[in-house]
Write a protein that binds this ligand. Structure first.
Ligand code: IPE
Ligand code: IPE
Ligand code: MG
Length: 244
């Protein structure tokens, strides 16, 4: 049996690297900001599609710790887009029973943005449909570093013994604590790299790289990626299920 997850092999957790906004815009003679704006539309379509397909967790890479290196005007635009998205969409997401979670480093972010994150999370905390995880100011190495620091602190205080630090304990100190690992990682825009995304969590994730730019992504793209996923043979280091 391939990609075995429930009867129809729907991935429980899909993570996406939403890439290609800038190239989509440049190709059309538009400013990069137009690509980011269309990217938000693609995000809305994707959340709707994922909810409809019964996906449990959808984790979207919206801004990396490395993206601060972009021109200040673009960074400012991206931050403003996120604020606008939270202001305009959270109520509807709440009505749709979507739970919102934000992962990434909040230290150093503006207090008003942090409050928006906290309010969106608190409002939707008890929702039971799709978990929408937004990775913002997220970098996997930084996340792992923060987890190591927290664990080292506990060791120093005698609250945990070094020998008791297991992979599960480390996982519980990451921003994604409590979430299943992604079954499927989709990256749009044609690049075949992980760009500091969910390095620990993707130990056995299936990767699907799509050539289309993120603003073009829609329900059919998601369905296509899931079909590719379903045809994969996940072995987790073992043997094919039929021959085991
Ligand atoms: C993804 O699109 C959005 C973010 C990284 C915030 P890009 O802005 O990276 O678009 P390209 O890769 O330059 O086309
Ligand atoms: C990854 O895309 C980050 C997000 C989609 C938020 P980038 O466009 O920043 O990645 P690189 O720089 O091409 O690796
Ligand atoms: Mg890019």
């Amino acid at each position: 049996m391939s990609a075995s997850l429930g009867q129809d092999c729907t991935p429980r957790h899909v993570a996406i690297i939403m890439d290609g906004n800038g190239r989509w815009a440049t190709q059309r003679g538009l400013p990069r900001s137009a690509g980011h704006r269309q990217g938000v539309e693609a995000l809305r379509r994707t959340v709707r599609a994922a909810s409809g397909m019964g996906i449990g967790v959808l984790t979207l890479y919206s801004f990396s710790t490395e993206n601060w290196a972009r021109p200040q005007a673009e960074v400012r635009f991206l931050l403003e887009l996120l604020r606008r998205f939270i202001r305009t969409d959270v109520a509807d997401l709440h009505k749709s029973n979507v739970r919102i979670m934000i992962i990434g480093d909040r230290d150093g972010l503006e207090t008003s943005l942090r409050s928006m994150f906290e309010e969106a999370e608190a409002l939707t905390r008890d929702n039971t449909a799709l978990k929408l995880v937004i990775a913002f100011n997220y970098g996997s190495r930084q996340e792992i570093t923060r987890a190591v620091q927290a664990l080292a602190q506990k060791v120093a205080e005698g609250r945990i013994a070094p020998a008791d630090i297991t992979p599960a304990v480390i996982g519980n100190h990451l921003d994604t604590a409590g979430l299943p690992d992604p079954d499927l990682l989709i990256r749009t825009g044609g690049e075949q790299r992980v760009s500091n995304y969910l390095l620990w969590q993707c130990a056995y994730t299936e990767f699907v790289f799509l050539p289309e730019y993120w603003p073009e992504f829609d329900a059919a793209s998601l369905a296509r990626a899931i079909d590719i996923f379903r045809a994969r043979d996940r072995r987790f280091g073992g043997l094919k299920a039929q021959t085991a």
